[in-house]
Design a protein around this ligand. Sequence first.
Ligand code: SF4
Ligand code: SF4
Length: 167
Amino acid sequence: MATIDFKFRNQILGNDIGNTLAYCYQCATCSGACPVAQVTGGKYNPRRLILDSLLGLKEKIFGAENTFNIWGCTVCDTCDEVCPQKVELTEIFTILKNMSVERGEAPDYYTTQAATILENGKAIPMQPAIEKRRQQLGLPSILAPDLEEIKKILEATKLPEKLPKKD
Ligand code: SF4
Ligand code: SF4
């Protein structure tokens, strides 16, 4: 049986936005509207994630086997829009995602993209093929990002320390 982790529960409830968690009355409107819940046949379930957070059931949320519970969310914000209790679901899920990163459990496809942004200042680095295609379409060249400024911002968030170390 899963145990209640009060520290974890209070970490969310103690957050200005996370405390909206307390207003959830488990109506499941969020899960009914969530496109990921629909295409996964309920494997991804925002209502359940909110409930587990509210109850402090940390071990049901984190751990390598539960990664999809958090990272399945595409941040489309549909659940926020339909929740009758104005629970800030996507913000709460962002808190959980940040905790998952801190635990070293974020999926590779996220950390790899974060590393690419840190290195290149953007998610898709400049490529001659893209530039050539833009020229053919009569589109202007893409301005290079200010890498130093972006690095400074990301370093302030301690992103480099949170990314898995390269071998
Ligand atoms: S829609 Fe809102 S109140 Fe209903 S289960 Fe989801 S979070 Fe809770
Ligand atoms: S933001 Fe996430 S949980 Fe909410 S509806 Fe979209 S995919 Fe589902």
